[in-house]
Write a protein of this length. Sequence first.
Length: 264
Amino acid sequence: MARLPTYFISHGGGPWPWLPQMRQMLRNLEASLARMPEEIGERPKAVLMISGHWEEDSFAVMSAARPGMVYDYGGFPPETYKIIYPAPGAPALAQRTADLIAAAGLPAHLDDRQGYDHGTFVPAYVMYPAADMPVYQVSLRRDYDPAAHIALGRALAPLRDEGVLIVGSGLSYHNLRLFGPGAKVPSHAFDEWLDTTLHQPQAARTKALLAWESAPYARICHAQEDHLVPLFAAIGAAEGETATRTYHDTDLFGGVTASSWRFG
């Protein structure tokens, strides 16, 4: 099996594929996620999601054979709290993943109770609607330390040669209080900084990401960086490899620019 790429995806808002109006607005995102299996070119053994919706004091690895569901959104129709994405977990790969993280000197533990949050089950549903692809997650670390999450990615990199698709699932813009026209300038500027940065050589790219708070409008776009941090893991697992922007919208929710990238 060839080395698989890694991704940082913008996963959209809430349970959008089940809401016709949101699904229409996010049709470009849907198309980009649906293309991923074809882009990869072969069927992975499993998908490892690093979602902006699961964080712990130390890195945790989902280890359930049949993960449950986590409806970590609010204000949506009642039926969206009954969605089931019945993909199997990957207990053996979870143990392998935890061992790799620990071997890198990063405390890690298995969690057999954590279920799929919407940063995982929403894109996974679009990518693999039959729910026949094993899916599991690694948490963020609650301190959001960029260097620690790049190190996490480095630790996970061997999985790419073992058939595991590594996906950082967040949003390139995540300010729930600033949608509409007011988001246009900051989200566009930060998105362009990200794209320029991700196309730089490895050393410059890593240096810039470690100092991401100095980017244009950084703290307006990410007052809390939980949805940006998955990018650091995706980059760490593919250091020095070419970035390709796989999704780009410029007027979501009346003004938001958002993107996704593939590495390798």
